[in-house]
Design a protein around this ligand. Structure first.
Ligand SMILES: [Zn+2]
Ligand SMILES: [Zn+2]
Length: 261
């Protein structure tokens, strides 16, 4: 079984004591590749994921400004991002989007940073990784106004069938994380059941949102096997089927097949 964790934060300080061991456990569990999200603590440091990708051939990176950090971005931030987007191990721009739950940055500033990065991704010909929380309608509105040129991932998808259909219609892949295994997440499982086999991914969002039976603990890429297993149950296929479909989808979307690794 060969899985790809399409969204993890291995740069997080929660991994400071055992990062290498965490990566080894992932590989031993069948999680052969990982895409580390490069948002870190926000600008001016935009290279947290690139630094990790430089150390391991099977780790890839994204670059981007998280909606939480939108207020920290300057015009220079976006100039640097455009340059970093050309790095051979940067597969996507993200996570970008809107977060109206925490409102760490003013909403209009979030929307501007989001639109700027959608444009930047289109120029760089890279897909995007979307973070959206309590901002579904505005997220879709910004995407519709700006355009989605190179495809994208709705990370940690938590909507139901209606939201899934809207995202699929816009050309997105839906990435399912630990929430898929939570007892109350029937709507997410319904969405997962109706998503076409060529349009879903799996992720951990480690160190956050560990799947059952690890719920409440620090999450790590190795735990993604539990999410893949649950997704297989929901779709009535084997875990191997999920692994091969998600690996194929990831490589098609992010262009990692035969890439620099
Ligand atoms: Zn997120
Ligand atoms: Zn994340």
């Amino acid at each position: 079984m060969k899985l790809v964790d399409s969204h993890c934060h291995l740069d997080d300080e929660q991994f400071a004591g055992d990062r290498d061991a965490t990566i080894e456990r992932a590989r031993a569990a069948g999680v052969e590749r990982m895409m580390v999200i490069g948002t870190g603590g926000g600008p001016p440091d935009l290279e947290v994921a690139i630094r990790l990708a430089a150390q391991y051939p099977f780790i890839y990176a994204t670059v981007g400004v998280h909606p939480h950090d939108a207020a920290k971005a300057t015009p220079e931030t976006f100039v640097s991002l455009a340059e970093l987007a050309r790095h051979p191990k940067v597969l996507a721009i993200g996570e970008i989007g809107l977060d109206y739950h925490y409102d760490f940055s003013p909403r209009d500033v979030q929307r501007t940073a989001f639109a700027t990065q959608l444009d930047l991704a289109a120029r760089a010909r890279k897909p995007i990784v979307i973070h959206t929380r309590e901002a579904w309608e505005d997220t879709l509105a910004v995407i519709r106004e700006t355009g989605l040129a190179n495809g994208g991932i709705m990370h940690c998808f938590t909507g139901g069938p209606k939201e899934a259909e809207q995202a699929l219609e816009l050309g997105f892949h839906l990435s399912f994380g630990g929430i898929l295994t939570f007892p109350k997440a029937d709507n997410v499982r319904q969405a997962a059941a109706l998503t076409p086999a060529d349009r879903f991914l799996v992720e951990t969002d480690a160190p956050y949102l560990a799947p059952v039976p690890h719920r409440g603990k620090r999450n790590e890429p190795a735990f993604m096997v539990e999410t893949a297993r649950r997704l297989a149950e929901v779709r009535g296929v084997t875990t191997d089927d999920i692994a091969s479909a998600t690996t194929r989808n990831f490589d098609r979307l992010c262009g990692a097949a035969g890439g620099p690794c």
